[in-house]
Design a binder for this molecule. Structure first.
Ligand code: FES
Length: 115
């Protein structure tokens, strides 16, 4: 019997905790659990509205594809810890069991306005 492992997913500034299963994308986990992350293209790597900064657990996520890196090049407020939430999947368990993300400030406004 195999049990899917899950990490704890946290968003900076949000007191709630979510779970992120191995093999699941950050966006899928967020949508399943009521965490609002913008996703204008529906999760097909054709926009950068799902851009998040990964504050912890970055090395436990799937590697970014060329397409994702191209989108991130266009994203505002991106850095070395930037990922597209729809593309970044958990591939292994973080040492402390936690993946922590932050939504770039300009995007936080977009999320708030949309809900
Ligand atoms: S939702 Fe468009 S790239 Fe992630």
């Amino acid at each position: 019997m195999s049990k899917t492992e899950s990490a704890t997913l946290r968003l900076d500034g949000d007191a709630r905790t979510f779970t992120l299963a191995v093999g699941q994308s950050i966006l899928d986990a967020a949508m399943d659990q009521g965490l609002a992350i913008d996703h204008a293209c529906g999760g097909v790597c054709a926009c950068s509205t799902c851009h998040v900064r990964v504050r912890a657990g970055l090395d436990c996520l799937s590697e970014a594809s060329e397409d994702e890196l191209d989108q991130l090049d266009e994203a505002r407020d991106s850095g070395l810890d930037s990922r597209l939430a729809c593309q970044a999947k958990l591939t292994s368990m973080p040492k402390d069991g936690e993946v922590r993300i932050a939504i770039p400030k300009w995007n936080v406004n977009a999320v708030r306005e949309g809900h």
